[in-house]
Design a protein around this ligand. Structure first.
Ligand code: TNX
Length: 555
């Protein structure tokens, strides 16, 4: 549903009429008073940002209020203009301001917001500098990604009412000062398991939005498992027409067409998020075996599986047809995926052991390399031979594994997803209505209190590509379930991926996280009100306009 932007309220309260005021006038006056009362606390502090920025220099004398006639001016470059349009789309619904976007070879704030793309900008490929002065806002970055992250920060510095999908009366104040920011790790991700339960494209796009808010840059999609195959493969059509029709609990399942997948990829890309598709091999393949029994070791079709056990299924590593299948599937998925990664799973293949397992993995790794992609797999891949660019995803719970350390010594890099800190399918507490507890309970502090750079003993920080928060969905059946498990722990993992270790501070994080709550509430996003977070108790419902506003053209 789109909202037609309408002009904002005037800064001056409506004059009190000499005669009896009518109901609309009274309502408008009350609204103005409420807005003033709500904003007497002044703007947010410049430090109130998740993930914590690299460097923050507040200047309270430079606080600034976004005026109704502000314009957004961006460098005359498609990357900058795209972010400018995204910024306008973020700000127009709640403010009701027209916020026209223009371009310039020398963008300056001039009472509005300037987005400056500058090849020589300091803070690196994904970094940005944000200046809030009495003249307005300037975001400077060397790339569109940097500008985009600067805009996410700007968004958090505005009052929570900025998340309202409808125009609200608010004093759109911003705290003065300068932020310079750049991420700690290049890979900051989350995983959504769309195989155990299938989720519609719209749900996935909304998860992308949540990642973008917290400057995550990878979405790993677990596309295949025993309970369902979720992506069309033209050369093996029954993978989805047969293998896609089941899910945990007996529901109808579903799958993404090529067009659906392309839509997810491009929506994510426009938010500077790379999709990492996973085809889990050689285990977790019951749905493929139902569709193509020739891939099964005994060449007979297994019954469809809608339970939650793991480790029983596998494609036949002794049959050449299996490698045709793998090459076809990975070839098609690679062709649909602009990002550099192909995730091949490799976990819990309990029935494919020793040299048979490593031999299979080595052939799969070569197929991926020949497709020009870098192979990613769960850390069970470790004993296989190294190939260039190989990345292992650590999901252990004790931070120790000599085989993984050895693989890193042979050149592998690591994405760190410890089951007992980063698994978003673990319950927060014993009474969490959904989720698992095999890796323990993970409250917000547990999600936050660890260091990806030193977590796996014997793996140096330089070998750590980044961090990822996986969400397995055996017990997750709706978008609200997803959000309940994601929020507020996803921002904790995001801060571990983005912020310098020197900024790591639970007390600070807890308070900054608390101010996200009203934003989610205003945006209609479900979250778990974790008891260890001091969520604000003051009224957070923005003042809804009660007076009719004239329609205006906005672009
Ligand atoms: C382990 S983590 C799995 C998944 C399950 C998950 C549930 C990993 C690589 N494999 O198959 O869904 O536990 O928490």
């Amino acid at each position: 549903m789109s909202t037609t932007p309408t002009p904002g309220p005037t800064a001056v309260p409506a004059p009190v009429p000499a005669e009896e005021p009518d109901a609309a006038t009274l309502a408008h006056a009350a609204e103005q008073t409420a807005a003033t009362l709500l904003t007497t606390a002044g703007p947010h502090r410049l430090t109130d940002v998740v993930p914590a920025p690299y460097h923050v220099q507040p200047d309270p004398a430079a606080d600034w209020v976004l005026p109704a006639d502000a314009i957004i001016v961006a460098s005359a470059d498609p990357a900058a203009l795209a972010v400018a349009e995204q910024l306008a789309d973020l700000l127009r619904p709640a403010t009701g301001y027209p916020l026209p976007v223009t371009d310039s070879t020398t963008p300056t704030p001039a009472g509005g917001i300037a987005l400056v793309l500058d090849d020589n900008a300091d803070p690196g490929a994904e970094g940005y500098r944000l200046d809030i002065t009495t003249h307005g806002v300037r975001v400077t970055a060397a790339t569109g990604a940097g500008l985009f992250y600067g805009v996410q920060t700007l968004r958090q510095l505005l009052p929570a009412a900025i998340e309202s999908p409808e125009p609200v009366t608010e004093h759109w104040a911003l705290p003065g000062g300068t932020i310079t920011d750049t991420p700690r790790f290049p890979y900051r991700g989350a995983m959504l398991d769309v195989a155990r339960h299938f989720f519609a494209v719209e749900d996935v796009l909304r998860v992308v939005d949540h990642l973008a808010r917290y400057k995550l840059n990878h979405l790993h999609l677990h596309l295949t498992d025993d309970q369902g195959w979720r992506i069309t493969v033209d050369s093996w059509p029954k993978l989805t027409t047969v293998g896609g029709t089941t899910e945990v609990g007996g529901g109808p399942g579903g799958h993404y067409t090529t067009a659906d997948y392309a839509r997810i990829v491009s929506y994510a890309a426009s938010r500077h998020i790379t999709v990492v598709p996973e085809i889990d091999l050689p285990g977790h393949t019951n749905s493929a075996l139902v569709a193509y029994p020739e891939l099964a070791p005994d060449k007979t079709p297994p019954p469809p599986y809608t339970g939650t056990e793991v480790g029983f299924s596998y494609v036949d590593p002794a049959d050449e047809r299996t490698y045709d299948f793998v090459a076809d599937v990975l070839g098609e998925v690679a062709a649909l995926t602009p990002g550099p990664w192909l995730h091949v799973g490799g976990d819990e293949a309990f029935k494919v052991k020793g040299e048979v397992y490593t031999g299979f993995v080595e052939r799969v790794q070569r197929i991926v390399a020949d497709l020009g992609k870098a192979v990613v797999g769960w850390h069970q891949l470790a004993p296989a031979a190294h190939v260039d660019g190989r990345v292992l995803q650590w999901w252990g719970t004790n931070g120790e594994d000599p085989t993984t350390v050895d693989a890193v010594r042979r050149g592998a890099r690591l994405i760190v997803s410890p089951g007992n800190h980063a698994y978003l399918d673990m319950k927060y507490a014993a009474d969490t209505p959904i989720g698992h507890d095999w890796a323990g309970l993970i409250d917000v502090r547990k999600a936050y209190d660890w260091d990806p750079g030193t977590h796996v003993a014997g793996v140096p920080a330089e070998a750590v590509l980044g961090v990822e928060a996986p969400l397995w969905t055996e017990s997750v059946t709706s978008l609200a379930d997803i959000e309940l498990l994601l929020l507020p722990r996803l921002p904790a993992i995001a801060e571990l991926g983005w912020s310098p270790r020197a900024r790591h501070d639970w007390a600070s994080f807890r308070d900054r996280l608390a101010s996200q709550g009203p934003r989610w509430t205003t945006a209609g996003i479900t979250y778990h009100r974790a008891p260890e977070i001091p969520w604000p108790t003051t009224p957070t419902i923005p003042t809804q306009r009660t007076t009719p506003q004239p329609d205006t053209a906005t672009r």
